[in-house]
Design a protein around this ligand. Structure first.
Ligand code: UT7
Length: 318
């Protein structure tokens, strides 16, 4: 069977770090509250000239170097983002331009924090059916630009960044083994942006009923992970690494506990990056890839949930 095999990983973060102590000076919050309720200690925030496209391009370049591949070989770019540089062209087209590529397919996927899982699922389907050979799948976000910086319930939670995978279609038993994606639009009102080109003609701000989202998260995410494992006939604890969307340390721990995973199987970057939406999974993956935790042959479970509500999981053998 042809599968989408992982060839390289890369990531990019804005230069500026904003700590919880920095936020204590601008909103009615404390480092103690943020750490206790979320596990977040700091986040990277994009400055002038740092955008979804610039961060995504940097992550893509690093992933190509990691893969030992030239940009000209890429015939598919999918960017998962809810914060594109422009309404159109797609950020994927703009990143393609930055990389000097002029052929192939490039488009964005809008599934918010589950976007990277959706993008991997679409890419692997296109590769398994022989339509595309070499893909860049990128999660890139600048949520700082849609945050209401006066709303302490949301502004402490998010950060900016990008991560990228290079995938190559290959016969064999490594690569993306299974995936599952879901959406329940009846819950769109608990996590949304109150603006948009057609609805209001404005960019808008992120609005979230955090406790309601929290309540939905653990059961839905665990179910998706179990489905993904069942599809290939393994038990969830048999995976090597659990690389979740980094929304809240309590959610990560709750899901891991429910799935009977050990804490040392969980890759967590929520303390350093906060919630970077579609970028959080590849950012966390890149950290564990570069520091030598994730190795060739390892089974990695990726999962997440976000606005839509959307959620899903992807099982990949490195
Ligand atoms: O990536 C997309 C998916 N998103 C998520 O998965 C997020 C899911 N939700 C969460 O992670 C949590 O619900 C939050 C971290 C957002 C909030 O934690 P919580 O334990 O659910 O707190 P809460 O919203 O119930 O608020 C508890 C109290 C409230 O005060 P009162 O009403 O009890 O007096 C809030 O006003 O904490 C207050 N509060 C804060 N206090 C200090 C809310 N935000 C802050 C803050 N600093 N930043």
């Amino acid at each position: 069977m042809i599968r989408a095999a992982l060839r390289g990983v890369g990531s990019a973060l804005p230069k500026r770090v904003v700590t919880n102590q920095d936020l204590e000076k601008t909103v009615d919050t404390t480092d103690a509250w943020i750490v206790e309720r979320t596990g977040i200690k700091q986040r990277h925030i994009a400055g002038d000239g740092e955008t979804t496209v610039s961060l995504g391009s940097e992550a893509a370049r690093k992933a190509l170097v990691d893969a030992g591949m030239d940009a000209s070989e890429i015939d598919l770019i999918i960017v998962a983002t809810a914060t594109p540089d422009a309404t159109f062209p797609a950020s994927a087209a703009l990143i393609q331009r930055e990389l000097g590529i002029r052929t192939g397919t490039a488009f964005d996927v809008a599934a918010v924090c589950s976007g990277f899982l959706y993008a991997l699922t679409v890419a692997s389907s296109l590769m398994e059916t022989g339509q595309q050979k070499k893909a860049l799948v990128i999660g890139s976000e600048t949520f700082s630009r849609i945050i209401d910086w006066t709303d302490r319930r949301t502004c402490v939670l998010f950060g900016d960044g990008a991560g990228a995978f290079v995938l190559e279609a290959e016969e064999g038993d490594t690569g993306i083994l299974s995936s599952t994606t879901h959406c329940d639009g009846s819950l769109s009102h608990i996590l949304y942006v109150d603006g948009g080109p057609s609805g209001t003609g404005t960019v808008g701000h992120l609005r979230m009923d955090g406790p309601k989202v929290f309540k939905e998260a653990i059961a839905r995410i665990s179910g998706a992970v179990e489905t993904c494992a069942e599809k290939v006939g393994i038990a969830v604890p048999d995976i090597d690494w659990f690389v979740p969307h980094q929304a809240n340390q309590r959610i990560l721990q709750g899901v891991a506990k429910r799935l009977k995973l050990n804490e040392d199987q969980v890759v967590s970057t929520v303390a350093e990056h906060a919630n970077t939406s579609a970028a959080s999974i590849p950012l966390a993956f890149d950290k564990a890839w570069k520091d030598g935790r994730i190795c060739k042959g390892d089974l990695c479970m990726l999962e997440g949930m976000g606005g839509g509500l959307t959620w899903g999981a992807v099982l990949i053998k490195v």
